[in-house]
Design a protein around this ligand. Structure first.
Ligand SMILES: CC(C)(COP(=O)(O)OP(=O)(O)OC[C@H]1O[C@@H](n2cnc3c(N)ncnc32)[C@H](O)[C@@H]1OP(=O)(O)O)[C@@H](O)C(=O)NCCC(=O)NCCS
Length: 235
């Protein structure tokens, strides 16, 4: 893995807003000062909305939330996650509007994190273990490692402005700067799957949730039909 400048700014962009005017955004690495803010951001809407975490019931169990807080903290400390902020502060510090958590994932290597104890934690681990049996990213790109997304979330009031797309595009650049030859992962919702396509990733695997649920003995109740794995070569 190559050394790189941290934290880096990946992109600045503007969006016109209804009623005139523009909003300015910046996509950058999550600096240490923002680690805890970003972790709490993921413990907000994301765990209530995302297909996996809502199916597991994480948000309803404070102990499961705490387990996930510990996991997210260990992920963010690896300095491979990106965030989008409002570039013009409101005078009270940076306003966080989107996060993409990432970690390097190696072939034949599962997780070295403490196993969860809560029902929700165990359910989410079971889903992850099932999806990780699919080796498409390694096979398609001939790599032994890729930068895997472990959570993508944009604040509801900033959605449909292309922020998630910019986060994924930044992650592709980040992986390249780390010397990691591919990036990708599981895209759980139909919206996120469209974002992945928009960011130039390709769908490498698709399975109906009904079938996937039977494999890991979990009932998914969501409008999204298929679980999909997307990937992209970074070179
Ligand atoms: C999925 C999510 C991250 C998308 O964030 P976003 O910043 O609004 O996405 P973008 O603006 O980059 O969307 C890019 C494209 O994806 C598609 N898309 C995004 N959200 C959509 C939605 N809710 N419904 C339909 N299409 C959607 C559109 O094609 C969109 O382009 P367009 O706005 O020009 O039509 C956000 O809705 C979210 O946080 N959802 C809850 C958590 C979640 O599902 N996370 C994904 C886990 S893998």
């Amino acid at each position: 893995m190559s050394s790189r400048e941290y934290p880096s700014v990946w992109e600045r962009f503007e969006r016109n807003v209804e009623g005139g005017g523009t909003m300015k955004f910046v996509v950058e690495d999550i600096s240490e000062a923002m680690w805890s803010t970003a972790v709490e951001f993921m413990l907000g809407n994301y765990i209530k909305e995302d297909v996996w975490w809502s199916t597991a019931g994480t948000a309803r169990d404070p102990e499961a939330v705490q387990e996930y807080r510990v996991l997210l903290t260990s992920i963010i400390k690896q300095k491979m996650s990106v965030a989008c902020f409002l570039a013009e502060g409101d005078g009270f510090g940076q306003t966080l509007v989107g996060v993409n958590m990432c970690i390097p994932q190696k072939k034949g290597y599962f997780v070295d994190h403490n196993p969860p104890k809560t029902k929700a934690g165990l359910l989410s681990l079971r889903m992850f273990a099932e999806a990780m049996k699919v080796p498409v990213i390694y096979d398609k790109y001939g790599v032994g490692e890729y930068l895997m997304g472990t959570g993508l979330s944009v604040a509801p009031e900033y959605r449909r402005l292309g922020i998630a797309t910019k986060l994924l595009m930044a992650r592709i650049k980040l992986a390249k700067s780390l010397g990691i030859r591919a990036t990708g992962g599981i895209f759980t919702s139909a919206a996120a799957q469209q974002v992945a396509e928009k960011a130039g990733m390709e769908c490498l695997y698709s399975i109906p949730y009904i079938k996937f649920g039977k494999r890991c003995n979990i009932q998914f109740n969501d409008n999204t039909e298929n679980l999909k794995i997307f990937g992209k070569k970074t070179e």
